[in-house]
Design a protein around this ligand. Sequence first.
Ligand SMILES: Nc1ncnc2c1ncn2[C@@H]1O[C@H](COP(=O)(O)OP(=O)(O)O)[C@@H](O)[C@H]1O
Ligand SMILES: [Mg+2]
Length: 357
Amino acid sequence: MSKKNIAIIFGGASSEHEVSRRSASCIIENINREKYNVILIGITKSGKWYLCNGNIKSIINGSWENRHDNLPAFISPDTSTQGIIVLKDDNYSIIKVDAVIPVLHGKNGEDGTIQGLLQLAKIPFVGCDLLSSATCMDKIDTNIILTHCGIQKAKFTYTTAFDFNKDKELCIEAIETNIGNYPMFVKPSSAGSSVGVSKANNRSELIDAIKIAIKEDSRVLIEENIEGQEVECAILGNDNPISSIVGEIAPSNEFYDYEAKYQSENSKLYIPAHIDSQVSKNLREIAIKAYKAMGCSGLSRVDFFIQKETNNILLNEINTFPGFTSISMYPKLFGASGIDCTTLIDNLINLALERTL
Ligand SMILES: Nc1ncnc2c1ncn2[C@@H]1O[C@H](COP(=O)(O)OP(=O)(O)O)[C@@H](O)[C@H]1O
Ligand SMILES: [Mg+2]
């Protein structure tokens, strides 16, 4: 069988650009080279696309951007191209691709934008499609859809920059009426890596928290504060997905903020999570139900809280292209479930090729 051409897209105009470079490095290192030729496309933080010849080290540290042999390259939306257009001087060439792995986190990558382009181009790609990527990226939409499907969530409400700026008093009163007690969690509806997320302990902190959140997105989600464990379940598959065992995160800070996620050495992952087997079984079923309700395919990581005392399972969010670094929960959870990283990537590519766009 001839080798398939797989394009790995990394970086991106996103606040999670650096994490994407590390996730891509893990995939580049572990993809089966006997089955796949790998083509690398790097997107800079400002949104420039290049065919990248850099090695893994230069991708991790970002120095690939300074290479003189970087050529502008992009996916053609034209279905007859089925690949990447590479520009050199006044000429262009085409590299055909069999599938794309958009290893992009957050805005402009995990939110349906790239997925839409690949759907237009009719090029198979790993992960959720346009609609499920876009709705999972938006926390308000996710909450509305999942609540409608009977999946338990923290009590929530939402506001917009426009309403908040028009009448702060009215806006705050409505939030207090809907949520009840402080503390509350305030989040930009569409963001990631805890950017713009704050815990508000009183009215004046709530006002500050909304001001912070609206810098990231004009739509803002407000939730009751949940006391409990944070646990995560990895899902793999299209119409008949499987769930991994459940992992737990123990943030080093008061909550899992940016520092605790990426900078602190003190945040811990436990695989399996410290939860009893019945809770784990129920949670895995809920994770699959939510994955299907959102129309996910390929992969996602479904994040939950297990509430103290009651052991209530509350869904927090779904990440359609979760961190895929060597120390990330997603590959680790499947590793612990008996699927090594090379097999996992192979499965993901097969799922992409199987799906009809
Ligand atoms: N309702 C909540 N109650 C308690 N903690 C929360 C709540 N919502 C979020 N958090 C904390 O904030 C972190 C980031 O929020 P999350 O919704 O996961 O956003 P992101 O997409 O940025 O990861 C979570 O990992 C958790 O530690
Ligand atoms: Mg999260």
